[in-house]
Design a binder for this molecule. Structure first.
Ligand SMILES: C[S@@+](CC[C@H](N)C(=O)[O-])C[C@H]1O[C@@H](n2cnc3c(N)ncnc32)[C@H](O)[C@@H]1O
Length: 920
């Protein structure tokens, strides 16, 4: 069969491979095998005629299954390669010549079986274009009726269509038993079906109309009259396309009206027709034939054949439309579009573009022409109105933008992010364009670029700025109020253009002041809330702030302190000025967000300022009232412990005015005292040690009054009498050192409290072993072992890992094992393939199939015996030779006599050892 590989590729299925394996020329061989399996007509047949037999798959099957020395004749349009015991002829089965050839071969014989597997196809000269598939079937039946023995078998391929039933009816007239069947080897997507007609009636006379296609089939064109309805044409095209791309829809047969006849259409028609999809669907092939000798078709074909776009692939595709895939169809449709351009039916893209350009040009020329026409009064008025509207819109837009800018600027001013001087200058220069609104945090009113701690002072700065604005007199305040007004009207104006008209109206001064005050309070309130929330959310903030030099300011003394500080700060201002620190006033106002190099300097100045404020606050207060404390701090200091402590000390919470530097010094002193005490405890006599052991804590905490005076520090003497020791030890916790202060801070946090307790256990509390009770020492000796900073589980895990690492085979061994496994897998795969080929072999009986497959698998699984290495002693003729010794096949190893003896001895020892083991 002349089918190109490309077209056959879709058929490379199981039966294709099986046919290849078993030496059949066509996969269709399995169709006959399966039909014969069902109806067993080959084994009994002596004479068989195969019509449309090329390439000869069915002939091979017939030759295999029919008794020896049977007569097998094959006919086809295409030549068939010789098959032993098979006669073949190149014949067209529809011609009388074929009939004569057959008669000449059969002579007086009649055939027991007639086979027909004909299908019109490309690759041979299709002289009978007008013949259809089922007409071919009728032709084969005609031959069969002439040469078939009574009771003979006729097997034919039929395509399911509306003609199918008509054919069946004809078969039933001539045969006793007619059965249609579809072997599994026949593709589901194919509409072919096989009809096995048995028991030929061999009537003496057959009505010629029974075998005449004109009478048997009658074509009805269901689509007649639809051509003028574009919707129907489109729908039909879609339907056809769908069918083309989804052939599996035809599993149950083609719909009525769809043709399966071998039809062709001239290529020219396909290219020119608008119903090209239908042409693709209807026809088996497009040809360059011109039956009506039409001049245009001839011309088109000449152009198309010579065109470079008509590639060999396109020629193959148009020659066999039935075998095309979706991609091929798309390719053909694209090719058609190109051909239409080549033939001048459609315009190319370039031409279309040019046409479009032309159209645009002519339109522009028309507009130009209109322009040059003298203006009428109405057109001038309309144009004027249009222009003024545009101008008005632009003006409004500009106004809105400037209002927004001003509002933002004001907000910056209030948050201390800009100075009134800036505003004054910028206002004078007609706007503040350099401001970036990224610098805002709308939610809290606090700049996103500054840390929370610094913000407190920035709010103060903002207030200061406000003050300055007020003091600045009319000019500055008017700018300020103008901006305030704009900020107030911001909500209304931001989104509404309709309110733009009120832009220029300013409120009175009173209203401005009221609004300003309200806004100010609002911002203050928001900021206080923000600080409080932040403090509550982040317990570590206290420590952070302390580290930043703020000395737990807000957390310990509450936000109320902010106000106090504000007052102090305001007070300190003139002082700073008086002291000649000319920059101090401009500290805040000079700061610019963009000038980051000044940030550090500013921070250090701020810290200094804070320290001053903090110190003076302590000076003024001499302690802190509970009202001034934050909620957390208040809860902490409400503990009766502090009340007792403060009552006993009678000096408020801080017994002396302590500055941050004092606290640090205290801490250093305390450390000194501890180390001193430890030294004494170590170096002194036993007695001293005892004393120091008992009194060490006292010493550390109380220190001598003299020393106290010397240092000028007021350390509290904690213990007054032995009886009070316990009570005082627990109740006299006074925040008089930095260490205690830190501890107090730690107590606030839950985890900190826990850590504090844990850390309080001190194994060095007793330095002298004699201080310890004997049971403690014994216990200590028993349990005091080195405590590794790793858990037992972690060590065990590591041990396991190391063990696993040790157990891993070395690389070479692993590789060898892998190679071994791969070889085994490959062997098994091969065996599986062989076994499945055996299982699929239709010719082998089931019982032997199973045995064969089992044998193959067993062979594959069997371990190959290790090749033995022959030991050859290098003596006599083998002495000193190079290469393989004579008469030795396979693997060998040359050894000298001594080596052989040694090997023997080693083997003997091994054996003896084994024996000994067994005897034991
Ligand atoms: C599907 S193939 C047959 C395959 C065949 N049964 C085998 O097993 O090898 C169909 C064959 O019908 C042949 N054919 C189609 N029309 C024919 C005709 N009018 N005369 C003879 N052979 C024809 C084609 O040449 C083609 O080789």
């Amino acid at each position: 069969m002349g089918v190109s590989k490309k077209h056959a590729k879709g058929r490379l299925d199981k039966f294709y491979h099986m046919a290849k394996e078993q030496g059949y020329r066509a996969r269709s061989a399995f169709k006959l095998i399966q039909l014969n399996k069902k109806y067993a007509f080959l084994e009994k047949a002596k004479v068989l005629v195969d019509l449309c037999a090329a390439p000869g798959g069915w002939l091979q099957v017939a030759q295999k299954y029919m008794p020896r020395s049977s007569i097998i004749i094959g006919l086809d349009l295409a030549p068939i390669k010789p098959i032993p015991g098979v006669i073949t002829h190149v014949e067209d089965i529809t011609t009388p010549k074929c009939r004569a050839t057959l008669k000449g071969e059969l002579k007086t014989w009649k055939a027991d079986v007639f086979l027909h597997d004909g299908a019109p196809n490309v690759g041979v000269s299709w002289i009978q274009d007008a013949f259809t598939q089922n007409e071919l079937t009728l032709s084969s039946l005609k031959l069969a009726t002439e040469f078939l023995v009574p009771n003979g078998v006729f097997v034919t391929k039929v395509f399911r269509s509306k003609d199918y039933n008509k054919l069946l009816w004809v078969f039933n007239q001539l045969f006793d038993n007619v059965e249609a069947t579809k072997p599994t080897s026949s593709r589901n997507v194919s509409a072919e079906i096989f009809v096995v007609c048995r028991g030929y009636k061999a009537p003496k006379k057959i009505d010629p109309r029974l075998l005449d296609s004109k009478y048997v089939f009658k074509e009805v064109d269901d689509n007649a009259g639809d051509e003028n309805d574009p919707k129907k044409v489109k729908d039909r095209q879609n339907q056809i396309l769908n069918d083309l791309f989804h052939p599996e829809r035809h599993r149950d047969g083609y719909a009525d009206g769809a043709t399966i006849l071998y039809t062709t259409t001239p290529v020219s028609e396909f290219v020119r027709s608008s119903d090209h999809i239908a042409i693709l669907a209807k026809n088996n092939a497009l040809t360059f034939s011109n039956p009506s000798n039409d001049a245009q078709i001839a011309n088109d074909h000449a152009v198309i054949t010579t065109s470079t776009h008509t590639t060999p692939q396109i020629r193959i595709d148009i020659g066999d439309l039935r075998n095309l895939g979706k991609k091929d169809f798309k390719g053909l449709i694209k090719w058609r579009e190109t051909m239409r351009i080549v033939l001048g039916v459609d315009k190319s893209k370039e031409e279309l573009r040019k046409a479009k350009e032309e159209a645009v040009k002519s339109e522009a020329a028309k507009v130009e022409e209109d322009k040059n026409k003298p203006d009428t009064e109405e057109s001038i008025a309309a144009e004027l109105a249009q222009q003024s509207e545009i101008l008005e819109n632009e003006r409004k837009k500009e106004k809105r933008k400037s209002r927004e800018r001003k509002a933002k600027q004001l907000l910056r001013l209030r948050l201390g992010m800009a100075t009134p001087m800036d505003i004054g200058l910028e206002a004078e220069s007609g706007g503040i364009d350099g401001l970036q609104h990224d610098d805002y945090d709308d939610g809290t009113g606090v700049s996103s670029r500054r840390g929370g701690a610094a913000s407190l002072f920035e709010v103060a700065g903002a207030r200061k700025a406000r003050k300055v604005v007020k003091e600045h007199g009319d000019g500055a305040s008017s700018v300020f109020s103008a901006q305030t007004e704009n900020l107030d009207s911001e909500d209304e104006d931001y989104n509404s253009d309709d309110l733009n008209d009120s832009d220029g109206i300013l409120d009175s001064d009173d209203e401005t002041a009221n609004r300003l005050g309200g806004l100010e309070n609002e911002i203050d309130g928001l900021y206080s809330d923000y600080l409080r929330r932040k403090g509550e959310r982040d317990p570590t903030l206290v420590v952070k702030q302390k580290n930043a030099g703020k000395a737990a300011f807000e957390e310990w003394y509450g936000v109320e302190w902010e106000k106090k500080m504000q007052g102090l700060e305001d007070e300190s201002k003139p002082r700073a000025k008086n002291s000649g620190d000319g920059d101090s006033d401009s500290n805040d106002s000079d700061f610019s967000w963009d000038d980051e190099s000044d940030e550090e300097e500013r921070q250090s100045r701020k810290r200094k300022n804070d320290q001053e404020i903090f110190d003076s606050a302590i000076e003024n207060d001499g302690g802190l009232s509970s009202a001034a404390l934050s909620k957390k701090a208040r809860v902490f200091f409400d503990n009766p412990l502090f009340k007792i402590a403060s009552a006993s000390s009678n000096s408020g919470m801080f017994q002396k005015e302590m500055t941050v530097s004092d606290l640090i010094e205290d801490e250093l002193d305390e450390d000194e005292a501890i180390s001193k005490a430890n030294k004494n405890a170590k170096n002194g006599s036993k007695e001293d040690k005892k004393k120091s052991g008992k009194k060490r804590n006292e010493d550390i905490l109380s220190d001598s009054d003299d020393e106290k005076d010397k240092k000028g520090k007021s350390f509290e003497v904690v213990r007054t009498s032995k009886a009070d020791e316990d009570f005082e030890q627990t109740n006299s916790f006074v925040l008089d050192t930095a260490a205690k202060y830190t501890m107090a801070q730690q107590v606030i946090r839950k985890s900190g409290k826990r850590d504090l307790i844990d850390d309080a256990f001190n194994r060095y509390a007793f330095n002298d072993p004699e201080d310890l009770p004997p049971w403690f020492s014994a216990d200590e000796n028993r349990h005091n072992k080195i405590n590794l900073p790793v858990t037992k589980e972690a060590v065990d895990l590591m041990k396991q890992k190391l063990r696993a690492m040790d157990a891993r085979p070395i690389k070479k061994v692993a590789e060898a094992k892998f190679r071994q496994r791969m070889r085994a897998t490959n062997r098994l795969e091969k065996a599986k393939k062989k076994a499945s080929a055996v299982a699929d072999d239709e010719d082998t009986p089931e019982s032997s199939k199973l045995k064969d497959a089992a044998k193959i698998m067993a062979k594959a699984l069997k371990k190959k015996p290790k090749k033995e290495t022959k030991v050859v002693v290098a003596r006599h003729s083998n002495k000193g030779i190079k290469g393989r010794p004579k008469g030795v096949k396979g693997r060998y190893k040359m050894v000298d006599g001594v080596m052989k003896k040694e090997m023997k001895r080693a083997k003997g020892k091994e054996k003896a050892a084994k024996k000994g083991k067994r005897n034991k």
